[in-house]
Design a protein around this ligand. Structure first.
Ligand code: DC
Length: 233
């Protein structure tokens, strides 16, 4: 273990397409930690809602839907695979149709309650890097290290566009920009667990940093946090 025996919880939050998952995955790999992309869980609920044509504002229908949903994450070769009722949905949850509804689905307290409970169980053994919107504020307010990523809009659009292109998904930059702005607005203005920077989070502007540079900054912060914890043990 390159960083000693003490395991910590690392929370990475921020706006869509700032590079949270890429950084969280690389950091977890370097620390030999588990990486959990919590957005995948909200995406899986959204896929279920679309597949079953559920009106998300119908409280009873949503409660029934949630009782019929089982979301499971598995980890294969350092990559997270998302399962919805025993079906591998890792690719399906990344489709643009999910982006249209996921922020609305994520405003629902009933959904958040279920997801947060499951996410907290994953952190029981520490040694975890979890990325999302409310990880440092709600899921793990006691996280040992909290990072909050921000990035310029034009760069986020470019990043998301390239990501979709690689997957063969055609979307215009204008569509992507509108969707990102809409999701920023919904994610940060919802009543339950809005996206915001935790007071004790370190902000990283990823606009002009390469993935390697971001990883080095995060890794150095993680190492010094781990060393401090070890000194206190
Ligand atoms: O990180 P992502 O783009 O895959 O997240 C998809 C949506 O899920 C995002 O628009 C808001 C929601 N989300 C959330 O509300 N809380 C989280 N911890 C993670 C994601």
């Amino acid at each position: 273990m390159p960083t000693g025996h003490r395991k910590i919880i690392i929370a990475i939050d921020g706006y869509s397409a700032c590079g949270k998952s890429t950084l969280a995955r690389a950091l977890a790999k370097r620390l030999h930690y588990l990486h959990v992309d919590s957005g995948a869980m909200y995406r899986a609920v959204s896929l279920y809602v679309i597949q079953h044509q559920i009106d998300i504002h119908d409280t009873d229908a949503m409660a029934e839907a949630l009782s019929g949903i089982s979301i499971h994450l598995s980890f294969e070769n350092d990559a997270q695979v998302t399962w919805l009722n025993h079906e591998n949905v890792e690719e399906a949850i990344r489709e643009p149709r999910i982006n249209q509804v996921v922020s609305d689905v994520s405003t629902l307290s009933a959904v958040r309650k279920e997801m947060v409970a499951q996410q907290r169980r994953m952190g029981t053994d520490k040694g975890i890097v979890m990325d999302g919107r409310d990880i440092g504020t709600v899921v793990f307010p006691q996280a040992d290290l909290k990072l909050f990523l921000v990035s310029e809009l034009a760069i986020r659009v470019e990043r998301r566009w390239l990501e979709l292109q690689k997957k063969g998904i055609i979307s215009t930059k204008d569509e992507i920009r509108k969707n990102l702005l809409l999701r920023d607005e919904i994610d940060s203005s919802r009543d339950d667990s809005p996206l915001r920077k935790a007071e004790d989070a370190t902000e990283i502007d990823t606009s002009y940093l390469t993935p390697e540079e971001q990883l080095q900054i995060a890794y150095d912060l993680a190492r010094s946090t781990i060393s401090q914890k070890e000194l206190m043990d």
